[in-house]
Design a protein. Sequence first.
Length: 265
Amino acid sequence: MVASVWRAVSGTGTDIVVLHGWGLNANIWTPVTPALSEIGRLHRLDLPGYGESPWPENCPLTFANLCELTLAALPQRCHLIGWSLGGLVATELALRHPHRFYSVTSVASSPYFPATADWPGIDPHVLTTFAKQLSKDFKRTVERFLALQSYGSPHARADVKQIKEWLFAKPMASVEVLDASLDMLAHVDLRPRLPELSVPFFRIYGKLDALVPKAVASRVTEMIPTSPYYIAEKCSHAPFISDTQEFLAHLIPFIQQHQPAVAIT
């Protein structure tokens, strides 16, 4: 099972990889690309099935396959940063292959996305509604999801406009890929295994996030007490866009703290 995974590489030094979220592509990392390229060799990937990375033919659209295809595209060892769905993938990879990563950072992500009676998350009805609407009005459904990601941000309208430009600059994922990915967000549950995580693990949340409530932060800390986290005050689901400098001010020291003794060039 081989995927042709598109990437853009910039900078030199220790490898850093960023994974985007549902519906998007590698362009979403544009605001942080210059700074991260200064501290390492940055790889911006289009996840399999998204942007310029076609999903392989005759390969079932499952979370396990998404993770396997992504792993095959990564450098031998790296710092891994995943946003939203990309954070779910990054966490799974760190659980399965800890020796491959210097550190892992999840951004506006959760080990389990749906809300339940005892877990903060997305209203399951929201995910179901988006899934139903995808085949009816593909583009509008994606745009509504983008709006939800910026909801609460002081400059939500500008954020959404910029995100849409980055999104539509590349090929859109198919309805089948988007639908399967929504299913992953609705059903993948890494909570039982999370205490097994041995890789240095940093978490960044948005205080105004309508998709991953800030209450997730303390709940994950109960499972991994050694994992630091930061809650961005004026940000929703995309803190690296809403407040880029503040995001980098917390992320870069964590990466530098876990650099290998001798940087790879």
